[in-house]
Design a protein around this ligand. Structure first.
Ligand code: ATP
Ligand code: MG
Length: 362
């Protein structure tokens, strides 16, 4: 698939305009703070339903205005698909696919397939477990149909279980705890099995990319909440999770939170035998992040049978010549959007100059 055209109105600092893209590599160049990342953000918004920079929807509205609207025409197997996203302050978001309003932003997932590369990817490697969980969940939710639903159900039950722990501490009966535990186990096990399989897939790909890029070995270790080396058998995972919940009940009651489960999980990326989060240099971590993203891209491509679109925000300036060449070769044949401060040293199929929110095709 590829984005044929984009229309933005009151989105961040971007001028109201329609932009037509080409199918190959689109280069957006301009000085700092002109609107390059904002442009990629508007495309990614139509793909994921939210900002890739973690901003709230209301922050996407141009300063001093009270709404924004973004529309894209996507070409997929010679058919055009229209995706629209509108938001007015104090009102609900209005998202439409081919003119039909959808009930929840989650219905957008899978409609416009994108993979974003940005300097913040480094946080997935460097930061705490919640960053990796969030990343994992967002990748999986596109390729696994029920994943997001199961995750949302799990989180709801978790909140209620934690409330119940408080009530039990205050003297209420423990009896209904088992009902919550069973539900938590039901959804939790499904989440764990899918995460396990996805991470196995990531491992196969990341091994290959890292070997090619820097001749290093990579391994992924899934730190699942059931303590299993391989957590892909749902029946076994269920049994183990139930046992863990029962075993931890005293701790749960002490801290009034559920101590085990998918909400506490993590994964490690081991490079040449060492945990990349702890031992890799900044440059190595950057390479690992790049390979992780390339793996996400490979899986998305394979699982959907579609050609995802690549959004590269400011990553070129951070890569050395070899890595730059490597990534551009990998992305051949896919629509790619690259932001850069200069036009020089990047070969594209079309170029756009961005200045003060205005995007001019050359
Ligand atoms: P850099 O090369 O530094 O990454 P950029 O071209 O990617 O720059 P953007 O992140 O797209 O820059 O931001 C462009 C401008 O948009 C910034 O000056 C920023 O302050 C401004 N901006 C951010 N949010 C809004 C908003 N809601 N309304 C208007 N302007 C905004
Ligand atoms: Mg930027």
């Amino acid at each position: 698939m590829y984005v044929k055209e984009l229309f933005v109105d009151n989105f961040r600092n971007l001028q109201k305009q329609k932009i037509e893209f080409c199918e190959g590599i689109n280069i957006f160049y301009g000085l700092n703070a002109q609107g390059k990342s904002n442009l990629l953000e508007s495309i990614r918004l139509l793909s994921m339903g939210r900002s890739f920079r973690g901003s709230k929807t209301t922050q996407l509205i141009k300063f001093g205005e009270d709404y924004f609207y973004v529309k894209a025409i996507i070409c997929q197997e010679n058919n055009d698909k229209k995706i629209e996203f509108g938001y007015k302050k104090k009102e609900n978001k209005v998202i439409k696919i081919n003119g039909n309003k959808i009930k929840s932003a989650s219905e957008l997932l899978g409609q416009l397939l994108t993979v974003i590369f940005s300097p913040e990817d480094l946080n997935i490697i460097k930061e705490g477990p919640s960053h990796r969980r969030k990343y994992l969940d967002s990748c999986i939710s596109i390729v696994e149909k029920n994943y997001l639903y199961n995750l949302m159900q799990y989180n709801k039950i978790l909140i209620n279980r934690n409330k119940l722990l408080k009530n039990i501490k205050e003297g209420k009966s423990k009896n209904i705890l088992e009902i919550f535990d069973d539900q938590l186990v039901e959804y939790g096990a499904k989440i764990i099995v899918v995460r396990q399989n996805y991470l196995k897939n990531i491992e196969i790909n990341i091994k290959k990319f890292l070997l090619e890029i820097s001749n290093e070995t990579a391994e992924i270790v899934y730190l699942n909440s059931v303590g299993l080396k391989d957590a892909s058998d749902e029946k076994i995972v269920k049994k183990r999770l139930k046992e863990k919940l029962l075993k931890n009940i005293d701790l749960d009651l002490k801290y009034l939170t559920t101590q085990v489960g998918p909400h506490r999980e993590d994964f490690k990326i081991i490079i040449n035998g060492y945990d990349s989060r702890v031992y890799s240099s900044q440059g190595q971590q950057r390479t690992v992040a790049l390979c992780l993203k390339l793996s996400e891209f490979e899986i998305l491509k394979k699982e959907t049978g579609e050609k995802p679109i690549l959004l590269l925000d400011d990553v070129m300036s951070e890569l050395d010549e070899n890595r730059k060449k490597y990534i551009l070769e990998k992305l051949q044949g896919f629509q790619t959007f690259i932001t850069h401060t200069t036009k020089r040293d990047l070969k594209g199929d079309c170029y756009f100059k961005i200045s003060n929110g205005s995007v001019i095709k050359e």
